[in-house]
Ligand binder design. Structure first.
Ligand SMILES: NC(=O)c1ccc[n+]([C@@H]2O[C@H](COP(=O)([O-])OP(=O)(O)OC[C@H]3O[C@@H](n4cnc5c(N)ncnc54)[C@H](OP(=O)(O)O)[C@@H]3O)[C@@H](O)[C@H]2O)c1
Ligand SMILES: [Zn+2]
Ligand SMILES: [Zn+2]
Length: 352
């Protein structure tokens, strides 16, 4: 065991502060990673403030962060995929049982015995897992990804959650050329959704509550932008979408988007607001549309997404911040004031 520097939240109402957490020494199959960048996902904020208490109550102290990019510093004796010096990445998952049908299919995100990167029972040390707002992490090599050499590392970190969480449902629901795709909420997830839908050849419409983001949406790859609070603008698109990805972090009216789907269209929720959202079933019935959700992706698909990003030169648009600005960044997330992901430069943690 060793001590790693980390920023953690001591309770749902206190700011994150500097300290240390225990990490295991690398075992046979483990990779020890010096963390270079970690993205700030809105899930980190929900979790730190215990907003998901009914589903996954937060255990304190909580070290969030599941958008990790770093350099391998040490490997266990049985590690074959990585060596010291390699640039690697870790996302939302750090373990699973590897034996269930989901794991065998490479869909570890659905494993009934998965281990999330933070706030999940730690099989090795007891307590809970600690995430990437830290100077290092130790992860089994099966859960470590390769980073294409051409990608900017600060902008790569957010691919590990915002990227895969939007890529996976688009692949599942067949987003391709000729499809009309809506992206609701231009935040961290939303802006990655726009980039992927555009790269996959779809006609992309962004729905935003922030008129000031219109130019950015077009630059990121949108063909059209709709201010979702304008009923008239919304109505023009009624019954026309094949697929809509809803990436909104707060309470909002999803029925306004369900009515935009064409027959057999699908709306997938990736945003995870604190409170349940009312659904008008008639909106689903009349055009046989479906409403679904989607978590992160499995390891093979996450690697596929990173390789896709390498090929198409896709990274997140990031504002790089030192770890000391993390509490301020959370306040700005709540105001939808981020373009379009905060990426923490962990070199700043050395000063603590
Ligand atoms: N399914 C999963 O596995 C998964 C993975 C990661 C994150 N998430 C969840 O996905 C959500 C988005 O995460 P994120 O990191 O992308 O958050 P984010 O960067 O804060 O973006 C959220 C966006 O939602 C829109 N929004 C915020 N408040 C709104 C309101 N009251 N009404 C309508 N729109 C509003 C804003 O976009 P506009 O300014 O364009 O309106 C905002 O930029 C969070 O709930 C997060 O926990 C889920
Ligand atoms: Zn996330
Ligand atoms: Zn499994």
């Amino acid at each position: 065991m060793y001590k790693a520097k980390a920023y953690s939240a001591p309770s749902a109402t206190s700011p994150l502060a500097s300290g240390t957490v225990a990490r295991r020494d690398p075992m046979e199959h483990d990779v020890q990673i010096e963390i270079l960048f970690c993205g700030i996902c809105h899930s980190d904020l929900h979790q730190v403030r215990n907003e998901w208490k009914d589903v996954m109550p937060t255990v304190y102290p909580c070290v969030p962060g599941h958008e990790i990019v770093g350099r391998v510093t040490r490997v266990g004796s049985a590690v074959t995929k990585f060596k010291p010096g390699d640039i690697v990445a870790v996302g939302c998952l750090v373990d699973s049982d590897r034996t269930c049908p989901e794991c065998k299919a490479g869909l570890e995100q659905f494993c009934p015995n998965l281990t999330l990167t933070y706030n999940f029972p730690d099989k090795h040390l007891g307590g809970v897992t600690y995430g990437g707002y830290s100077d290092s992490v130790v992860v089994d090599e099966r859960f470590v990804l390769r980073v294409p050499g051409n990608l900017n590392l600060a902008g790569t970190a957010p691919l590990l959650c915002a990227g895969i969480t939007t890529y996976s449902p688009m692949r599942h629901w067949g987003v391709t050329k000729g499809k009309k795709v809506g992206i609701v909420g231009l935040g961290g997830l939303g802006h990655m959704g726009v980039k992927f839908a555009h790269a996959l050849g779809a006609h992309v419409v962004v729905f935003t509550t922030s008129p000031a983001k219109k130019e950015d949406a077009l630059r990121l790859g949108a063909d059209e932008v709709v201010i979702s609070r304008h009923a008239g603008e919304m109505q023009k698109h009624a019954g026309s979408f094949d697929f809509i990805l809803d990436a909104v972090s707060a309470d909002h009216d999803i029925n306004a988007f369900i009515q935009l789907l064409r027959r057999d269209g699908n709306i997938t929720m990736v945003g995870a607001p604190e409170k349940p959202l009312p659904v008008s079933v008639f909106g689903l019935i009349f055009r046989r549309v479906s409403l679904s959700g989607s978590p992160t992706g499995g390891l093979p698909e996450t690697q596929e997404m990173l390789d896709f990003c390498g090929k198409h030169n896709i990274t997140a648009d990031v504002e790089v911040i030192p770890i000391q600005k993390v509490n301020e960044a959370y306040e700005r997330l709540l105001k939808a004031d981020v373009k379009y992901r905060f990426s923490i430069d962990l070199a700043s943690l050395k000063a603590e």
